[in-house]
Design a binder for this molecule. Structure first.
Ligand SMILES: [Fe+2]
Length: 306
């Protein structure tokens, strides 16, 4: 399961103290031990019982101007600090089944009951309330190709919750959790690894009953724009999609480029010809996804050719 970091009670820190401590310590979010070493700083912020309400009030007075600029998440999150591409700090609100927000929105906006891993590491502390529950699993990312339906060696660890003051490290591409609602509204605070590479690193949704990858959660704007480039970008757009298919460092983007080139082809056979390049790729992900897409098109050929 996500690594619990044993951590004694700490004197209360301000948010500025935490940021300074992270910067002074040479905090490296690529390194698991470096994350664990700053646990006392995060626990110190959690001992500060007034800072979050102060920030929330200041944001409301400012009509949430800073959140509008810096927060790419839903209203479940208050962005607390984003100063570099190295890390950011946020607060998360976890409603219970009794809260009106949950009753009106349902579980899905809060990622409850959606078993998933993360394509980034983060350190978290329970700040308020009993804490959300999770059923924790681990898996071996290196042994996975990343195809929906692929069997995964998911190992169940335990069910536990993120109580006030408990510090946990969620390790990228290793820890999986099925997050369940807290019994009462709860708040956690995270130090998150930030990197421009994240949109190209896969995050999976899992079917924990059947031990399978249920889907790829990561979406980058490149994939959406490739569809436009291939179908509506003229010769330049096709050239761009071809260059992405041939040499983009992300196998997910190389496959997406092939898929969109196939989709833009003038007939079904021309599209299948493009996908055949992917099916013979030396990359297992590109080959398997191209084979899936070929099968999907073949199954729907009569409809496509109407
Ligand atoms: Fe999660």
């Amino acid at each position: 399961m996500a690594r619990v970091i044993a951590c004694a009670d700490q004197p209360a820190l301000s948010l500025g103290d935490l940021v300074q401590g992270l910067n002074d310590s040479g905090f490296d979010p690529n390194d698991e031990d470096s994350f664990a070493a700053v646990a006392p700083l995060l626990k110190g912020l959690a001992a500060n019982r007034s800072f979050l309400a102060d920030i929330a009030l200041a944001e409301l007075k400012d009509r949430c101007g800073r959140q509008s600029l810096e927060n790419r998440y839903s209203s479940q999150v208050i962005m607390l600090h984003r100063a570099s591409e190295k890390y950011f700090i946020r607060a998360n609100f976890w409603p219970s089944g009794e809260d009106s927000l949950f009753k009106s929105s349902g579980a899905s906006p809060f990622f409850y009951h959606v078993p998933h891993d993360h394509n980034f590491s983060f350190l978290t502390v329970g700040y308020l309330g009993p804490g959300y529950w999770s059923e924790y699993y681990e898996y071996d990312y290196a042994g996975v190709t990343g195809i929906p339906g692929e069997k995964v060696d998911l190992r169940y660890v335990e069910k536990s919750r993120l109580e006030e003051g408990k510090v946990m490290l969620y390790r990228a591409h290793k820890d999986v959790h099925n997050q369940l609602p807290a019994e009462k509204l709860s708040v956690s605070i995270n130090i998150m690894h930030a990197s421009p590479a994240l949109p190209f690193l896969d995050q999976y949704r899992f079917d924990v009953k059947n031990c399978e990858i249920a889907g790829i959660l990561t979406r980058s704007s490149s994939e959406a724009l490739l569809a436009l480039a291939a179908s509506h970008g003229g010769g330049n757009g096709l050239d761009l999609a071809e260059s992405f298919a041939a040499a983009h460092p992300s196998d997910r983007i190389r496959y997406a480029a092939l898929r969109e080139l196939a989709s833009a082809a003038w007939d079904v056979d021309a599209g299948l010809e493009i996908l055949s390049r992917g099916r013979t790729s030396a990359n297992a992900f590109v080959a398997a996804m191209s084979a899936r897409e070929t099968a999907r098109i073949a199954a729907n050929r009569a409809w496509l050719e109407r």
